[in-house]
Write a protein that binds this ligand. Structure first.
Ligand code: GRF
Length: 308
């Protein structure tokens, strides 16, 4: 019983630890190895700083008292950036810490950092499992934010996701979307910079494509250019793949242009189509691939565009 409780406790601790690790990776935009090296730099730099502070104060022959402690705190505050930067060199993390310390310095001196936040609108018509992944992925991002969920279907699951996560949603109507102002003023009102289609079943009007050049991406549940085009969505795609006897399928993330499933391909990932696969089992495999890749690919497209 005690063993069971302890392992349950350990399991919870491990889950929290992994979530924290993941959040830090996203926040600092580093991979797992670099994050470990950064943590090691913090630990070693901190210890070095404490050690050096004590050694320096020994030279003053001061008694350990209030003055000693005040001087010690002042000293380690000054020494800390130096020690951390020093340790970061052999651990290959100098660039990260230079940026980190500059940021802290700017904050302390009251200078505001001018960070541009890219605001995404996610367009979806259905359950919204991809929208959910995208929202969660960027929840902790300091530079990318899902600012709006756009949906064309009353009662669609994605609207509940928007409500649960506190993201404003917009229910759109055909007439205005295709023949009116295309909801462009609404997108501008929410300062949308980038559009992510995640199971959105209407074609994007030319006006929106022109207003957001190379800033609209879509995910398709097959390996384009095969199995794309009008009417190729959901089970129809998986059915066509299985009927054709192909032994692999996958996902395609692409920019959106004026034709269905046609814009420049950004990323593809494959999975096996087994003999016993049905449209449902294949759809599950595809969803796993989508959830694992879509948010990270969106992040890298936006970061690349923001850098250039
Ligand atoms: C996904 O399979 C995506 O490839 C396609 O629409 C589906 C949406 O699924 N464009 P969900 O609503 O995100 O679960």
């Amino acid at each position: 019983m005690i063993f069971f409780a302890a392992s349950l406790h350990n399991h919870k601790f491990l889950t929290h630890f992994c979530a924290m690790f993941q959040k830090l990776r996203q926040r600092w935009k580093v991979n797992g190895v670099n994050l470990l090296l950064i943590i090691a730099t913090f630990a070693l730099g901190g210890s070095l700083c404490g050690y050096a502070g004590r050694k320096i104060l020994l030279l003053t022959n001061l008694e350990k008292g209030v003055v000693w402690f005040i001087l010690y705190i002042l000293l380690i505050t000054l020494l800390w950036p130096l020690c951390v930067l020093l340790i970061s060199i052999p651990l290959g993390q100098f660039a990260f810490f230079k940026r980190y310390i500059t940021r802290i310095w700017k904050k302390m001196s009251g200078r505001k950092e001018n960070i541009h936040i890219t605001r995404i609108a996610v367009f979806a018509s259905g359950a919204g499992s991809n929208a959910d992944q995208v929202i969660n992925y960027f929840a902790a991002s300091p530079t990318i934010k899902v600012a709006l969920v756009v949906c064309n279907k009353v009662g669609a699951g994605v609207l509940q996701i928007a409500e649960k996560t506190g993201i404003p949603s917009l229910l759109i109507e055909k007439e205005r979307f295709f023949k009116g102002d295309n909801y462009l003023p609404e997108l501008k009102k929410h300062h949308i910079d980038f559009i992510v289609l995640a199971g959105f079943l209407w074609k994007m009007p030319d006006a929106l494509i022109n207003a957001y050049p190379k800033k609209i991406v879509n995910i398709h549940p097959a390996l384009l250019p095969q199995y794309g085009g009008k009417g190729m969505y959901g089970q129809a795609v998986h059915e066509a793949v299985i009927t054709s006897g192909d032994n692999e399928s996958g996902i395609t993330i692409h920019f959106v242009d004026e034709l269905y499933d046609h814009g420049e391909i950004i990323f593809q990932a494959k999975c096996e189509v087994a003999q016993h696969d049905t449209t449902e089992t294949l759809a599950q495999k595809i969803h796993v691939l989508e959830h694992a890749n879509y948010p990270a690919v969106i992040a890298s497209v936006i970061e690349k565009q923001n850098r250039s």
